[in-house]
Design a protein. Structure first.
Length: 596
């Protein structure tokens, strides 16, 4: 099962778009001002992926578009892992140039610079993304400065001298300078007033893992502004002072002292007053840690999920069946057998010559195919030992994204007292179970049918089905509430059924078609595994929608994957079970084998 919030990374090289394999995490970095958005990631270089510096990179999570930028650097290792760094449009604001503006607003200045450097600042519908800034700057000169600095100077002028909004504070009105944020909004240079970026999200002690709140007057706080200009010809110094006597009494004098040039500053007294409004307050910083489960790292996701009574599934040991000859031999409980680098311990006798064994190593590594085992100690009369099948698959510790999906899904419906979400949650929590469908009232009132597949997305053995049956509602005590099922529920447990499929196709390729058989079979196996993983999700149970459908094998999916093989030019006459149409399985069936 995959996360319900799926990240997607795309690289576009001319008219080709690639969705590369990303073996590690993607890091997206944003800075409040003065730096571009940065996306750092690694991709697997294969025969198909072809990209270079300047190619477009897009990244999003689910339906949310987060980053659109350009490849700026690539570094490839010997194991074909390419480290990529991409930046959004703001990277081009590091360019330097010379400008002189007279009677322009910050908006006009930013738009002109953007046009000069071919930066997009209108959305796909042609709407301007640079907001109005109103204040007309008399003069602004930039001599070999970065475009970032020139734009920021224009915004600083607007903040200091521009129009102000009126806010209410303790029943009084006060003037507050307007602030702006310049950023890249998925490939569009955007300027927004700070107040328009508020979001309706409450973050408190219940929704945040932790937070730090700091209030300080130790930096960037001034209650007295002292601007001065030296008149060398007259031999005197002009001062323009703005101060808050009340805050001076509270904090002492915290002074900002700067020289000015009246030729560049039309109203020094107004500048001092506006600087006081900007700096005459304690600086407050709020840092919130792990507030949202859909983006939290694993430790903080676990903390969030505990509030819902959820914890990640722990790794488990595989339970297997072993056969021993002659069948009269007695294998003592606790005897260990080796299988390659693994050890299995005899746990229970089933019948003559048959025993259950448990892998001594946690995880899926214990789910091995049938093969010979070797006793670690002498067993009198033993001729042969064979691991014949996996009864209950071992599981690795629950993957972070699978756990995240389970956590987020817990908000969609409330698991309670034997309802469908309750059965799904509890059956999926059983070691070795990898997906479940629940059928309430399937055979009259009080009856429930459970159909499940293993954590390896395969058909469970009859022994495993019986184990799950006895954990949920023991056959001898149906409806008495002695298992997971509540009192009054008669539960029938079944395993998914297997479905075989015959596939045929005609290839046009560089070499003999038969030479592609192994690669194509691998592609089909991987596709079928993807489909099996999503079997549980083909049934929807909600107040808004109840729907149950079987897994659908699509001709187009197989064809497109085969066409991605190097040397394959065309695929024709593709059939599934001798039919040139998509194949839909029974609602309780998954793929197990195919004939190619």
């Amino acid at each position: 099962m995959t996360s319900s919030v799926k990240p997607m990374l795309l690289i576009q090289n001319k008219d080709k778009i690639y969705q590369p394999c990303v073996p590690e995490s993607v890091t997206w970095t944003l800075t409040r001002q003065g730096a571009p958005g940065k996306l750092a990631f690694k991709v697997m270089q294969d025969d198909v992926l072809d990209f270079e510096e300047g190619n477009i990179v897009q990244f999003g999570v689910g339906k949310t578009k987060l980053f659109k930028g350009y490849v700026f650097s690539r570094k490839q290792s010997k194991d074909n892992i390419v480290s990529v760094t991409a930046y959004d449009q703001l990277r081009y604001l590091k360019n330097k140039d010379v400008y002189a503006f007279i009677g322009k607003t910050a908006k006009e200045i930013i738009c002109q610079i953007a046009d000069d450097f071919q930066l997009k600042h209108k959305d796909k519908d042609g709407n301007e993304a640079i907001c109005d800034t109103d204040y007309v700057i008399p003069r602004l000169r930039a001599s070999n400065e970065t475009l970032f600095d020139t734009m920021q100077t224009a915004l600083d002028h607007t903040l200091i001298y521009g129009k102000v909004t009126t806010a209410s504070k303790d029943g009084k009105t006060e003037s507050v300078p307007k602030g702006y944020v310049l950023y890249d909004n998925f490939g569009v240079l955007t300027l927004s007033e700070i107040g328009t970026l508020d979001v309706d999200i409450l973050i408190d002690s219940e929704s945040a893992e932790n937070f730090d709140f700091e209030s300080t007057i130790d930096r960037e706080t001034y209650n007295k502004i002292n601007l001065y200009e030296d008149d060398k010809e007259a031999g005197k110094r002009e001062r323009y002072i703005a101060q808050d006597s009340a805050n001076i009494k509270r904090w002492g004098i915290l002074q900002k002292c700067d020289s000015i040039d009246s030729k560049k500053c039309a109203n020094p007294a107004a500048k001092a007053a506006n600087l006081l409004k900007q700096y005459n307050a304690a600086k407050k910083t709020l840092s919130i840690k792990a507030a949202f489960g859909d983006t939290a790292d694993r430790p903080h996701l676990i903390e969030r999920a505990l509030e819902r009574g959820l914890t990640p599934k722990k790794a488990t040991y595989a339970k297997v069946k072993g056969t021993f000859t002659p069948d009269t031999v007695n294998i003592p409980i606790g005897t260990t057998f080796s299988y390659d680098d693994l050890d299995y311990t005899v746990a229970q006798k089933i019948s003559a010559g048959e025993y259950y064994l448990t892998c001594n190593t946690l995880g899926t590594v214990g789910n091995q195919p049938a093969d010979t085992m070797i006793p670690n100690d002498y067993v009198k009369g033993l001729q042969s030992a064979m691991l014949t099948e996996v009864i209950v698959p071992g599981e690795d510790e629950e993957d972070t994204e699978v756990f995240r999906k389970r956590y987020l899904s817990s908000f969609d419906s409330q698991a309670y007292g034997g309802n469908i979400p309750d059965y799904k949650e509890k059956v999926n929590a059983i070691s070795g179970v990898g997906g479940v469908k629940v059928y309430p009232v399937w055979n009259g009132g009080g009856t429930v049918k459970i159909v499940f597949m293993t954590s390896e997305f395969k058909v469970p053995t009859a022994e495993f089905v019986l184990e799950v049956q006895n954990m949920i509602d023991p056959v001898k005590y149906h409806g008495l509430g002695l298992g997971i099922a509540p009192i009054g529920h008669t539960v029938t447990v079944e395993g998914v059924s297997d479905s075989s499929i015959s596939i045929s196709m005609t290839l046009t390729a560089d070499t003999l078609a038969e030479s592609y058989r192994e690669d194509i079979e691998k592609i089909i196996d991987e596709y079928f595994l993807e489909l099996n993983k999503g079997w549980q999700d083909t049934k929807t149970d909600s107040i808004r929608l109840t729907l149950n459908k079987g897994i659908t094998v699509r001709l187009a999916q197989i064809e497109s994957r085969v066409l991605n093989l190097a040397g394959v030019d065309d695929v024709q006459n593709l059939t599934l079970n001798d039919n040139q149409e998509n194949l839909v399985l029974d609602v309780n069936a998954i793929f197990c084998v195919h004939e190619f």
